[in-house]
Structure formats: structure tokens, C-alpha cells
Ligand binder design. Structure first.
Ligand code: PLP
Length: 403
């Protein structure tokens, strides 16, 4: 007899337990969005404090208009993959602009950031080794699993160094890391990773999902912040956060990008980015460059949120970016806090294992928010903590942002 394939643990079980405690945190559908600052859920208008539309561009008039015009001109989808019937001049233009923006020779699009990372599996042959940060996003974890080679997970550079030193001669060594870790909000040590990659003949790929548009003088991301624009082998990009769209890309030296274009199955066998999404990302790229004040605003609010929460006794370490994590003892405690904030009119992200190491709420304020929104979030957190008797941490130092 077989066993029930659907009986495995998953989000549905956590969800059931939380629901029994009156916490309904997942798949909550918004009936309306006002930019990314508020949403209407079940008739209640709540402040959105969990969006990754970092620069608030998903409702920017230029971005919206570009998407509308693209639908009128090219329709809703291309219904084909890039190598066959799905390529538009719009895709080629976006690839060129992305590459130029990132200071790379070339870029190739995928239909999501997740797929951009899965495309990396085309690099991993039977004799190759993958070295993956233990806190990488699920899509990088799956990319490593999809490849044919063996995977080593490292927790710090010391462990990575030892793993690389033990790798048999003649093996390919692919090092995969988030640029900014999506749950904890801290940045990878790119200089350290580059040095190890150089020492051991490794290929370094950085996922810029949470740093593109956010970090660096011109918003090129962590590679720009670290002055390593020309020293990574590939940058993986999502269009879904700062670029206010949906889609992904891999950028780097032309030879590396061309290899992926010819071999990566998410590029070869899945539909191209829809016209509206490509046009929205192109317009968003222009706004990222034209309106640097949005990035400044994002960071001001991030600083206010970190230090406001820390002042109230909520530890937001190790984050140094606009991703602001607040940890709890378990999912029940985090869920109760989530529900209290929702009740107070603030929507946050409730996450726990396996996505995050521990139960936490993840908060982000975007360039579309203002000081009043910040004050609302802080007050709601303070009140919820008083009501629920959440323990506070004394004397947390102010945040040292990766800016
Ligand atoms: C680090 C990281 N990489 C990749 C992705 C996937 O991007 P997308 O939502 O465009 O598929 C995410 C999404 O949350 C992410 O946080």
C-alpha cells in the first residue's frame, strides 16, 4: 500500500494551528490597493508594512502608463518562449538596459526571480560542487538541488573556506549567495566571498533580489556598494521588488550569460516575460535613475523603523537594511502579535521555519510611506507588546545600516 502523499507537514499545518488561535495570516486577499501604503482586506483598510515594492514604483504614473501602453501595443502575453515565438524587441531592450544599469556586459530574462535562480542549475554538472549559504532563498536552494552536483551548505566564511579547501582538484565550484538575506535583512560579505572564490577557482553568483534599487550610490545593488561590479560571475535579479514588475534576469560577462541562454531550461522552455511586465520594469529602471530621492526616503524610514523598534525593546538584529525582522519565541507568540497588529490596522509578514530560522514578523516601509505611517507602526507594536506581555530587550544599540 502507498501512503497519503498529501499528509506531509507544510504551511497548511502551521496555518491550521494558528487559525485555532484566531490568527488568519496567510493568503489574505486585498480587495484594493492604494499604492503600496494601504490595502483593504475584508473591508478593513490596513497599512501595508510588508511589501517589497521598495521604491514604491508599482503605482508610479510612468510605470503604470508604460504597462498600459505595452498591453495595447503587444497584447497581454506572448504565449511563447524566448528562443521560439516569444521574443519582442521590448525584451531585448530591457536586457540591454538591465545590463547597462548593472554595469555588466549582458543580461538574459526569465519569467520570475525564482526562475532566474533555477536557471543556474544549468551550470551544475555531475562533477561540480555547489557551496550555498545556509540562509539562501528557497529558489537558490532549489537551483542547487536541481543541479547534478553535490551541495555543501556553509554557515560562515570559515566553514566555506574549509569546504573549498577539501574540494577535490578539477571540480567546478559554484558559490551561491543572497546579496541581502531575505529573512534576516543583513548583507553577504561579498569581499570575503570573492577572495575565497579567487583563491579556490570558484564561480560567484549573487542574488540581488533585495539589494537592486536599494543599495549602492546609483541603486545597482550590493555589488556596487562593495565596488565589485566587475568581479562577480553572475548577478541574479528579480523584477518584482524595486523594479515593480514580475520577471527575473541573469546578468554578467557575455560568455556566461550566453551559456545560460543556450542551456537553462527556465529560459528555453517557459514563456517570456509578458509585455506589460517588461515595459513596467523598463520604466521603473528609468525612475530608479531619475528619482534617487526615493532611495533616500526608503533608508530614512528603514532607519526610523529599526531604531524606533529597538528603542521599544524589539531586537531587529542582524538586519542592516529595509528588511526589518522581529523575532518571537515560537509561531504561536509571533501569530498572536501579527493578529494584534492586524487588529490595529497594520499588515506585516508572519514567517517561520523553514523560510526563516525562527518565528518572526518581517516589516518593511517603502518610499511610498511617510513619518506618520512609521509612527502608526511603532505605536501599534508598542501597544500589542503591552497587551500580550511580550518580553522586551533592554539597551539594543542603534542600527548600523549597510547604506
Ligand atoms: C532572495 C530572493 N531571491 C529570489 C526571489 C524570487 O523572486 P520572484 O518573486 O521574482 O520569483 C525572492 C522572492 O522573494 C527572494 O527573496
Amino acid at each position: 500500500m502507498g501512503v497519503d502523499l498529501f499528509a506531509k507537514a507544510g504551511l497548511h499545518q502551521a496555518e491550521a494551528v494558528l487559525r485555532a488561535h484566531g490568527v488568519d495570516a496567510f493568503f489574505r486577499a486585498a480587495a484594493e490597493r492604494t499604492g503600496d501604503s494601504h490595502v483593504v482586506i475584508d473591508g478593513r483598510k490596513v497599512l501595508m508594512a510588508g511589501s517589497h515594492d521598495y521604491l514604491g514604483l508599482s503605482t508610479h504614473p510612468r510605470v503604470v502608463e508604460a504597462a498600459v501602453q505595452a498591453v495595447r501595443r503587444w497584447g497581454t502575453t506572448v504565449s511563447g518562449s524566448r528562443p521560439l515565438s516569444g521574443s519582442l524587441v521590448l525584451h531585448a531592450e530591457l536586457e540591454e538596459r538591465l545590463a547597462a544599469f548593472l554595469g555588466q556586459e549582458a543580461a538574459t530574462l526569465t519569467n520570475s526571480g525564482f526562475q532566474a535562480n533555477l536557471a543556474l542549475s544549468a551550470l551544475i554538472g555531475r562533477d561540480d560542487l555547489v557551496f550555498a549559504d545556509a540562509r539562501n532563498h528557497a529558489s537558490l536552494v532549489d537551483a542547487a538541488r536541481l543541479g547534478w552536483g553535490r551541495v555543501r551548505r556553509y554557515r560562515d566564511l570559515g566553514q566555506l573556506r574549509a569546504q573549498l579547501a577539501a574540494a577535490p582538484a578539477g571540480t567546478g565550484r559554484l558559490i551561491l549567495t543572497d546579496g541581502v538575506f531575505s529573512m534576516d535583512g543583513d548583507a553577504a560579505d561579498l569581499h570575503g566571498l570573492r577572495a575565497l572564490a579567487d583563491e579556490h577557482g570558484g564561480t560567484l553568483v549573487v542574488d540581488a533580489a533585495h539589494d537592486l534599487g536599494v543599495l549602492g550610490e546609483r541603486g545597482r545593488g550590493l555589488v556596487e556598494h562593495c565596488g565589485l561590479d566587475d568581479r562577480v560571475d553572475l548577478i541574479s535579479v528579480t523584477l518584482s521588488k524595486s523594479l515593480a514588475s514580475i520577471g527575473g534576469a541573469l546578468a554578467g560577462p557575455a560568455a556566461n550569460v550566453n551559456y545560460l541562454r543556450a542551456n537553462a531550461r527556465p529560459i528555453l522552455y517557459s514563456v517570456a516575460v509578458p509585455p506589460a511586465s517588461a515595459a513596467a520594469a523598463l520604466a521603473a529602471l528609468e525612475v530608479v535613475e531619475a528619482e534617487p530621492e526615493r532611495r533616500r526616503r526608503l533608508w530614512e524610514l528603514a532607519e526610523g523603523l529599526h531604531n524606533g523598534l529597538r528603542g521599544l525593546g524589539f531586537d531587529t538584529r542582524p538586519s542592516t537594511t529595509p528588511i526589518v525582522p522581529v523575532r518571537f519565541a515560537d509561531m504561536a507568540a509571533a501569530g498572536a502579535f501579527w493578529a494584534a497588529l492586524f487588529e490595529a490596522g497594520v499588515f506585516t509578514n508572519l514567517v517561520g521555519p523553514p523560510a526563516a530560522g525562527t518565528a518572526m514578523l518581517r516589516l518593511t516601509l517603502t518610499a511610498n510611506h511617510d513619518e506618520t505611517h512609521l509612527a502608526t507602526v511603532l505605536e501599534a507594536c508598542d501597544r500589542a507588546a503591552r497587551r500580550l506581555g511580550v518580553p522586551r530587550v533592554p539597551d539594543i544599540p542603534e542600527v548600523a545600516l549597510t547604506r
